[in-house]
Design a protein around this ligand. Structure first.
Ligand code: THU
Length: 133
């Protein structure tokens, strides 16, 4: 049995910053990058992908969760999110409400987001899979 992977936060922020450069954000010009540690040790990343219809925009966290499942599934153990207009000066990102819900499904209440918060703190009393069992 292998040990639970531990997050290397500097590496997660670095990968989040790197993927944020790939954001397709011609409308808002706001770049977001997300990087997550999966329980099998993989690092998955995602960037925001905007759309001319605006409302169909995919957030970076959404892209990252899709990458996790597309790459074989698993559970998120830690997530770093960065965002900003200047890709050379990205700040810590705040996941939007919909993304908090997606992260809850993929990592649960204890999921650390940007090192200093857990999902339970930023999405208290969440509706989740347990309600449907
Ligand atoms: N965005 C994300 O990628 N994640 C969030 O949690 C918040 C917002 C993106 C969507 C849009 O492309 C841009 O940031 C401005 O809202």
């Amino acid at each position: 049995m292998s040990a639970t992977p531990q997050p290397d936060w500097e590496d997660l922020y670095s990968q989040a910053r790197a993927v944020a450069r790939n954001a397709y954000a011609p409308y808002s010009r706001y770049h977001v990058g997300a990087a997550g540690l999966v329980d099998d040790g993989r690092i998955v990343v995602g960037c925001n992908v905007e759309n001319a219809s605006y409302g169909l925009t995919l957030c970076a966290e959404c892209s990252m969760v899709c990458a996790m499942h597309s790459g074989g599934g698993g559970r998120l153990l830690a997530v770093a999110v960065v965002g900003g207009f200047d890709v050379d000066d990205l700040k810590m990102g705040k996941p939007c409400g919909r993304c908090r819900q997606l992260l809850f499904e993929a990592g649960g209440a204890g999921l650390p987001v940007n090192e200093h918060h857990t999902l339970a703190e930023i999405l208290p009393d969440a509706f989740g899979p347990d309600e449907l069992r």
